[in-house]
Design a protein around this ligand. Structure first.
Ligand code: ZN
Length: 457
């Protein structure tokens, strides 16, 4: 064998067990028994977890030209942050530019990732134009190994084209493509923005009022009904509120294939952050909510009604976030999270006893791998699976300092937090790619992960 990881507590679907892991040819070759190998890693007193699968990141920018988005990280800096945080596979949102079809944007992002990504990767093509060509491409792309599309209910264009979007979801159901839905209602938000401007309440502290829970609730309820109508597997991205989670719980009770993703900030932070002098740095879409929403989401992670915790990594520099030209109606949304996803969730979730070890592995790795057709190559530690492993040190304690981390954002919204539980060694396809936060993998090392069409887990 190439590599033996000795004496660690391996977390598999069957639960934690102290055993040796043998790796050969980039795959898990043996669990237990006598492992003879060229190289050894001592994992005594540590956990051995499947590498994180973060199904929701933004490492390419959607459009060029005036007013365009330009997030701080590209595939190189973003995936370097990922490896330092124990994430070995990412799912990137691939945006077509103006006048392009989904397949054009995808082709560009596949080439970009092939040249620059340090982690393995897959892509979610964003469906901006559900015209006949766009709908045809859902099937073509699924057949080519890209069985997912992203839809934004939050864009005004959605409400102008609900019927063709439903046609798109029917096609997705036919070809086994998962539909990722950003659930916020554009009319409610437009109405709130107008009101805030009229009343002169545009300071960033009013950001939560600009995108209220009602906007998320009604869009999530619509998404559930669209799922029921079309049969498309529906993955609600970055769900933030108790009300929206309840809509999804009801849907699951009806037997619908509705899956919930939440995002670290909705578990760890609440809306009082916007009262801080630099509160704009916490802006994401949806906004931070109340403690009652946080409690509901933690309960959802613990009881399985939340399937995944993914980053929505979409970083800006602090100067860009705090740009005084912006107000509560147009703050820059998103933040760096790839390096902190697993450690902060461990620290706040596993170390505190809120969630079990098994749930931690499910929401950071296994469930995303299953929903997006990567399992069992990714998302588990089993013979034949890719040897994507994190030797996890549950006692390592660090104070977060974004200026020393790998994202080009240069800061973290957790700066100053003491976080307990960090990767000691990160392994991708059998190779050590990071020791602690020191990343040794080269850009372009990452590979596109083959995907299967959606099957109900
Ligand atoms: Zn996103």
């Amino acid at each position: 064998m190439d590599l033996a990881i000795r004496g660690g507590t391996v977390v598999t679907a069957g639960g934690p067990v102290v055993t040796d892991v043998g790796v050969d040819g980039g795959r898990i070759a043996q669990l237990g028994g006598t492992v003879v190998a060229d190289t050894e890693i001592d994992a005594t007193g540590r956990f051995v977890l499947p590498g994180g699968v973060d199904a929701h990141v933004h490492l390419t920018s959607p459009v060029t030209g005036p007013g365009s988005y330009s997030w701080a990280d590209d595939f190189t800096t973003g995936t370097r942050a990922a490896l330092a945080g124990g994430v070995t596979t990412i799912g990137n949102m691939s945006f077509p530019r103006r006048g392009e079809q989904m397949a054009d944007g995808l082709e560009r992002d596949l080439a970009d990732a092939a040249a620059h990504s340090l982690t393995d990767y897959f892509q979610h093509p964003v469906l901006l134009e559900p015209d006949a060509k766009g709908i045809d491409q859902i099937g073509e792309l699924a057949a080519a190994g890209h069985p997912s599309i992203k839809v934004f209910l939050s864009f005004r264009r959605f409400d102008r084209q609900v019927l063709p979007y439903l046609d798109a979801m029917r096609r997705a159901a036919e070809v086994g493509s998962v539909v990722l839905l950003h659930c916020e209602d554009s009319s409610i938000m437009d109405s709130c923005w107008a009101r805030l401007r009229e009343e002169g309440r545009t300071h960033p502290r009013h950001y939560p009022e600009s995108r209220p829970v009602e906007a998320e609730r009604v869009a999530t309820e619509r998404a559930v009904s669209f799922c029921a109508t079309t049969g498309a597997a529906s993955y609600i991205v970055h769900l933030s509120s108790a009300a929206a989670l309840e809509a999804c719980r009801v849907a699951r009770g009806r037997g619908l294939p509705v899956y919930v993703e939440t995002r670290p900030i909705y578990l760890h932070l609440n809306r009082s952050r916007f009262e801080e002098p630099d509160g704009a740095k916490y802006a994401g879409a949806p906004p931070l909510r109340e403690d009652s929403d946080r409690d509901a989401l933690w309960a959802g992670v613990a009881d399985g009604s939340v399937s995944t915790v993914c980053t929505d990594h979409a970083p800006w520099t602090l100067a860009e976030k705090l740009d005084p030209a912006l107000d509560a109606t147009d703050l820059r949304q998103g933040m760096a999270e790839l390096e902190t996803l697993m450690p902060v969730l461990w620290s706040e979730g596993v170390a505190t006893g809120r969630i079990s070890l098994a749930r931690f592995v499910e929401v950071t790795s296994t469930n995303a791998a299953k929903l997006f057709g990567l399992y069992p190559r990714k998302g588990t530690i089993a013979p034949g699976s890719d040897a994507d492993l994190v030797v996890w040190d549950p006692d390592a304690t660090k104070v977060v300092d974004g200026s020393t981390m790998h994202s080009a954002a240069g800061y973290s919204h957790y700066d100053g937090w003491e976080v307990r539980g960090w990767p000691a060694v990160t392994i991708s396809r059998g190779e050590v790619v990071a020791t602690g936060a020191e990343v040794v993998a080269a850009p372009g090392r990452g590979r596109l992960v083959p995907r299967r069409p959606f099957e109900r887990p």
